[in-house]
Design a protein around this ligand. Sequence first.
Ligand SMILES: C[S@@+](CC[C@H](N)C(=O)[O-])C[C@H]1O[C@@H](n2cnc3c(N)ncnc32)[C@H](O)[C@@H]1O
Length: 285
Amino acid sequence: MESSDRTPQPSEAHRPAPRPSADDAALPGSPAAGDGAPATVAFPRQPYSFVRRGDRLSPKRQKAWDEHAGDWVLDIPRVQTDTSVDPSYRLDREAVFGRTAPLVVEIGSGLGEAIVAHAVAHPELDHLAVEVYKPGVADLLMKAAQAGVTNVRVAQANAPEVLEHMLEPASVSELWVFFPDPWHKTRHHKRRLVSPAFAELAARVLAPGGLWRLATDWQEYAVVMREVLDASDADFENLHPGPVADDEHPETGWAPRWDGRILTSFERKATEAGRIPRDLTYRRR
Ligand SMILES: C[S@@+](CC[C@H](N)C(=O)[O-])C[C@H]1O[C@@H](n2cnc3c(N)ncnc32)[C@H](O)[C@@H]1O
């Protein structure tokens, strides 16, 4: 992890840090920790919001990968790690989708349930899933192939770099962040995806009037999300303002559950464990 507590700005988010901190080594799986990822120990950069898990694929997922990754997983030039994005790379939507339609981007698409379901329901929209977890990407490919959709592509890459480099300003109609890893220990909060720096990147890519939809099952992170986005008031309008829910008014201050967000296995487990999912919706001014 980053040794500093200062909030990094987008412009410096990928600047090499002078040396890795002890915390980086303590978080196996991080690209910076070098377990399976290219050797990047001298380049820990921003604290990552993800931990690298295994890239091994089951036979079914391997088959989906072999058949569809070439067509649907973007061939992204890298700079350091295999989840980085070369700062000079721009998504050519016409070339990649074969048309220019309104673009929905999901950050951390997991197993691809939500974005594939939406792509099926909305053939008029293009969809970009951003996910670092290869088995999750393979699962998405399997689902997309089964559903017969052609309007989904995948960026297997670190989301902040995708928003900062790959996507043109004001090019996204909807941005989704559903159930990002909560990093609930205080010392790991700086790894959380939703931060002031990330809000700046979201503001960069969302078109005026575009929606940023978020959901989390972690109440304290939900409150932080609200604080971060409400502080970005110049860029984002909260479509469901009001006091944050308390024991007496448990449902105020949150967006109603968005019916375009299908119930994923992740959300189902969270609900079974007794956690209440919170939705937030903001509009880019
Ligand atoms: C808790 S899962 C939620 C998955 C899915 N949104 C759902 O609701 O089922 C969070 C996902 O975000 C991905 N992720 C975390 N940080 C990321 C980043 N910086 N770039 C791309 N994906 C990321 C993780 O690999 C993981 O699959």
